[in-house]
Design a protein around this ligand. Structure first.
Ligand code: ZN
Ligand code: ZN
Length: 250
């Protein structure tokens, strides 16, 4: 029935989801949203291409929604607060709240005004469905349609669900070593390249580290890329509580 064993298809889906998580946390989150890292031009291009192929997310939408979340954390204007909307709704329906906010032009105009649309963005990377369709087509060629369908569905559901867990559970229960509304969930951090250390992140928004590198694979990878001269970790902001995000937006 399957051109590769079922568990191989699952492993492939998990690997693609982890790749998408690496790009989400290192590029969309730490580099673009908070400017806590800088990527070299070749690495940034690779990450944009991976983003296009694995998730097809518009970087301006992600950054704008995320910054707005920080500005209004768990207040009525927060795009995906479990306190406001209910923890299970956000955990399982995060994508609905994401799309609802992404469709507001004023959100992008206010919170992503520093992200310009370069030629690559206009011609290629803003067309997310093209990238995802290409990648799915490649899976069909390599592994056949059944395996491709399993990989595509498992990856998509898992990626969306893990994001929902960070936004929902990560503002609901878990450790709160710092006095903010977010929580640390180590098991979630291990599954999301560090994003689960959400209490650490809310405390030091401009830090490239989400607490200890033990639970934050994203920071560990960032350090590795820095040693290879492919990225810069802005160490000076590691414990900075200068959390002003509106000014970052332009
Ligand atoms: Zn953030
Ligand atoms: Zn948060």
């Amino acid at each position: 029935m399957f051109s590769v064993p079922f568990f191989v298809a699952l492993l492939l889906a998990l690997a693609i989801t982890q790749l998408a998580n690496v790009v989400t946390t290192m590029y969309l989150h730490r580099t673009l949203s908070h400017r806590s890292m800088t990527l070299s031009a070749p690495l940034e291009f690779v990450m944009r291409a991976v983003l296009w192929l694995t998730i097809g997310i518009d970087r301006r939408e992600w950054v704008a929604i995320h910054r707005k979340h920080h500005v209004f954390s768990d207040e009525p204007q927060d795009p995906h607060s479990p306190i406001q909307k209910g923890v299970w709704r956000v955990t399982f329906g995060n994508v609905v709240y994401y799309r609802r906010e992404a469709n507001k032009p004023e959100t992008l105009a206010t919170y992503a005004r520093d992200l310009d649309q370069d030629r690559w963005e206009r011609l290629v990377f803003s067309h997310g469905m093209v990238g995802v369709s290409l990648a799915t087509g490649l899976l069909v060629v390599l592994f056949g349609p059944v395996t491709a369908a399993i990989v595509a569905v498992v990856h998509t559901v898992l990626y969306i669900f893990l994001g929902g867990c960070v936004n929902g559970l990560g503002h609901w229960f878990g450790r709160r070593p710092h006095d903010n509304k977010a929580t640390n969930l180590r098991w979630l951090a291990l599954l999301t390249c560090g994003e689960g250390m959400h209490n650490e992140h809310h405390e030091y928004l401009r830090s490239p580290y989400f607490g200890s590198t033990r639970w934050d694979l994203g920071a560990g990878l960032g350090r590795t890329f820095a040693r290879m001269h492919l990225a810069v970790m802005h160490e000076s902001t590691r414990f900075s509580r200068d959390n002003d995000l509106v000014s970052i937006g332009g």
